[in-house]
Unconditional design. Structure first.
Ligand SMILES: C[S@@+](CC[C@H](N)C(=O)[O-])C[C@H]1O[C@@H](n2cnc3c(N)ncnc32)[C@H](O)[C@@H]1O
Length: 211
């Protein structure tokens, strides 16, 4: 699917054309069903691969992890396999992608993946880490709203790991995040991709309502 088609619609109009890809990383191999109407259905996206290669290993302990914009699930499945004691929340707005992610996690035996729409995550859940190849093409304002919503659900000390293409505005996004109070650092950079580490906002005594 080309970048011009809207893979972030809830019900893709394009007909189904099932396909399969393999997520091959040094430490794991997962077979994933894909389809038309979802992001990068013909191959694992290069940015996603970069994120999974250069991002940190998720914790060995139990944690709440979020894959924001899971698509058919390469990031969610990799996190769940690498951090079996964690719960991985995989969210998307595209129902076809959610169905694929659900069945891909089940086929891989990853019962620690919870696949859901954004609205169905309970309000009291916070995340120790967020991983995302975010939907840059939804537009700057919508992207800022989306990131603000979820970054404010990072637990204290939590970090988000975002992969963004330089030509799609990674550097201005990093500046905006820092200006808004989410300290952002570039973890890695290669072939036009930036991997950003975004720290949870510091909560000041005033924010807590204390004088
Ligand atoms: C760049 S794709 C990444 C997909 C997948 N994680 C991957 O790496 O192949 C971004 C995803 O974000 C989803 N998305 C768009 N708007 C969203 C929203 N408001 N909330 C959650 N996911 C959204 C899109 O449907 C798409 O699947």
């Amino acid at each position: 699917m080309t970048g011009d088609q809207q893979y972030w619609t809830s019900r893709p109009e394009v007909g189904s054309r099932p396909d399969q890809v393999t997520l091959l990383l040094p430490d794991l191999e997962v077979s994933l069903e894909t389809d038309s109407g979802v992001f990068s259905g013909a191959r694992i996206d290069r940015g996603t691969r970069f994120l999974l290669m250069k991002g940190p290993q998720p914790t060995e302990g139990a944690a709440e992890l979020l894959d924001l914009g899971c698509g058919y699930g390469p990031i969610a499945c990799a996190l769940a396999a690498r951090s079996p004691r964690s719960r991985v929340w995989a969210v998307d707005v595209n129902e076809r992608a959610l169905d694929l992610c659900r069945s891909n996690a089940a086929s891989a035996g990853l019962d620690n993946v919870v696949v859901t729409t954004p609205d169905d995550i309970p309000d009291d859940v916070t995340f120790n880490a967020i991983w995302s190849n975010p939907p840059i093409r939804i537009g700057k304002e919508a992207l800022h709203d989306l990131l603000s919503t979820w970054l404010d659900r990072l637990a204290p000390g939590g970090t988000a790991h975002l992969v963004v293409q330089r030509h799609l505005g990674s550097d201005s996004l990093a500046r905006w995040l820092t200006d808004e109070g989410w300290a952002t650092q570039r973890r890695a950079s290669r072939k036009g991709f930036r991997l950003l580490d975004v720290a949870a906002r510091l909560v000041t005594p005033t924010d807590r309502g204390q004088p």
